[in-house]
Ligand binder design. Structure first.
Ligand code: ZN
Length: 240
């Protein structure tokens, strides 16, 4: 059983299609989405349709929440706010209802999924350092939990202490806990523009980080043609 774990698609259709195709080629049998299907890029409705049709476990991200409301309830920065206003206008009522009803965290088989943090999932805090991760570990009852939100792939491991590690091929060991960021499909922010996702092989108990080139120029063109802020197109190639 091989799970493709993908997060932060952010309405980037080209990146989403590249990831799903790669996952199928890599013989993934199951799919899990860690939220932020919409926001920033130009194909929110299409991305919602794809993920909804997959009928896989999905948790809610902060952009999913904000897009599903009539008006913003929290302070996004100006760039995110302009994109979310545009997104609301380009989603159907059924899309918004689906986004609104997504759960905050879920357990699938022997692992957990959440968009932001396990300690206060609805506050959308960011796990960037060992201290942030330690707070989440307190609420983690499975060996492995996948999260997103920061758009920075990598993992935190709790053994005697909490430390940050890279994920290439990560062998999961019993007695430890792992809080693993799948990276972002549609807007990576670790300086690498390629779409990111993880494969979790439940038989071999290995997590593999994947990076994929996709048709970024097409995604950028759509952003500009849609009248979304130009910076949203530019940041894709910077991976920021
Ligand atoms: Zn996001």
């Amino acid at each position: 059983m091989r799970y493709a774990i993908f997060s932060d698609l952010h309405a980037n259709l080209e990146a989403t299609e590249a990831v799903l195709q790669d996952a199928r080629e890599r013989e993934c049998t199951h799919f899990v989405c860690l939220g932020d299907v919409v926001g920033y890029n130009a194909n929110p409705h299409e991305c919602v349709e794809i993920v909804r049709a997959m009928d896989c476990p999905v948790v809610q991200g902060n952009h999913d929440e904000q897009a599903s409301l009539a008006a913003s309830s929290r302070g996004f920065n100006e760039l995110a706010e302009r994109a979310i206003d545009w997104t609301r206008e380009h989603l159907t009522e059924a899309d918004k209802e689906w986004l609104r009803d997504l759960r905050m965290s879920r357990q699938i088989r022997d692992f957990t999924i959440v968009h932001a943090t396990l300690d206060t999932p609805k506050q959308w805090g960011y796990v960037f350092n060992n201290l942030d991760a330690a707070a989440s570990f307190t609420y983690q009852h499975t060996t492995v939990c996948f999260f997103g939100h920061t758009h920075v792939p990598g993992a935190f491991v709790r053994d005697e202490a909490v430390k940050r590690i890279r994920v290439d091929h990560l062998q999961i060991e019993s007695g430890k806990k792992y809080f693993i960021n799948a990276g972002s499909v549609g807007q990576p922010r670790d300086g690498d523009w390629r779409a990111a996702y993880c494969i979790y092989d439940l038989e071999r108990i290995i997590v593999e980080q994947r990076r994929l080139k996709y048709d970024m120029a097409a995604a950028q063109k759509k952003i500009i043609e849609a009248g979304l802020p130009r910076l949203l197109a530019e940041r894709l190639q910077l991976g920021r």
